[in-house]
Design a protein around this ligand. Sequence first.
Ligand SMILES: C[S@@+](CC[C@H](N)C(=O)[O-])C[C@H]1O[C@@H](n2cnc3c(N)ncnc32)[C@H](O)[C@@H]1O
Length: 471
Amino acid sequence: MTAHARGGQQSRRPAGRRPAVDPARFAAYEAVAAVHRDDAYANLVLPSILRERDVRGRDAAFATELTYGALRSLGTLDAVLAVAAGREVERIDPPARDALRLGAYQILYMRVPAHAAVSSTVDLVRVVAPGATGFANAVLREITTRDLDTWVGELAPDYETDPVGNLALAYSHPQWIVRAFQEALGGDLDETARLLIEDNQAPGVHLCARPGRVDAVELADEVGGAPGAFSPYTVYLPGGAPGDLAAIRDGRAHVQDEGSQLVAAALVEAPVEGSDARWLDLCAGPGGKAGLLAAIAAQRGAHLTAVEVTAHRADLVSQAVRGFPATVLHTDGRTVGRDADLPEQGFDRVLVDAPCTGLGALRRRPEARWRRQPSDLPPLTRLQRELLTAALRAVRPGGVVGYVTCSPHTVETHVSVTEGTRRADIAVDFVDARPLLPAGMPGLGTGPTVQLWPHRHGTDAMFLAVLRRTS
Ligand SMILES: C[S@@+](CC[C@H](N)C(=O)[O-])C[C@H]1O[C@@H](n2cnc3c(N)ncnc32)[C@H](O)[C@@H]1O
């Protein structure tokens, strides 16, 4: 069904009868409402709503685009809604507000004809907020009077005097996140804008071809995908449900962003002298990097110890490393030296893929940018520094620690590395991480740390620092 036909059907309903709301739009409404009412995650709640309501094919694709897009664009949509409604969005009842956000998204961002977007949204409001039908109709009609660029031009602060405010409104990110990205990009506003645009795109699905079990070229042939641009293990999947693939079901591959594969593989490329058999992943759940590290460990005669503090995530790690030389410990990674399985100086390579704000993976979690707050940083950075300190105690002199975050926020990257190392009071040298990544990778900066970017590399914004313990 085309978007046009979808809208047309709605407008032909017999007068006086309860409107049959388009199932795709109703599914999107239920998902967005659950995100705002119950703090649900769209990527978990939407698939179950689509299943329950038997919404499939093009309707499911429409519902997904609408849900994810409206959640990502919330900042811009709410600014438009407030003007069109003549009141703060907080003063609109939640059911009407969410329905209006979906209507506004269709009008401003999707190729849905305005009349179809308005009439189908009014039908939805008639069901979820019956008293607000006239109000919704008036607000939506007002929104249709300008296109997105015109609205942004009217509402965004002047770029010359307030570039962060301008970009935040134009590309729908909170200002504190735009500022953090700008800082991590060395102040470059044009590049910050490119990142924000990329953050609003749905990321492709990447597979990791587990070394020793399947080759990336073979896997690409098997699934109709393409080998990754950078990682020798990556396959880009053209579409479809990865869970249905035989290679995933039989453990030859797993789903993992190419950036995550690159930083995990970089750690095992760092030269170490002497013993290289005892590897540790201190924050392993749900097990993406542990799965790749364990597969490489099998080829190199090494053994991986994978630590995870959350029970159900530790179970996922066990599944991810099944059949490889690995031990999973369900414990706190900060117990190094107090746990017989985590001895001081007991490991040759240690990965700390630290809990973080996830600002580098906003493409994947459409609601995350609005849920995250600057106040999340202090507890996370404290934990990051404690885990890095524990990792430095766990590695033997001459061994290496890889510190990774899926956030480019400098407080979680450079500042946590500096602080964690200082507090450990253990002598370390930075290892230049750039040569540990595949030859010829562009945009890796001046080292010694590496920051990957969605707009430069097509990956999540993974940060990697590699430290060698010197005494
Ligand atoms: C960024 S995720 C790791 C992702 C994982 N390496 C992967 O590639 O799938 C961080 C993990 O650290 C775990 N974690 C948090 N605090 C921890 C602690 N004190 N000790 C061990 N794990 C911890 C979290 O539960 C979470 O699973």
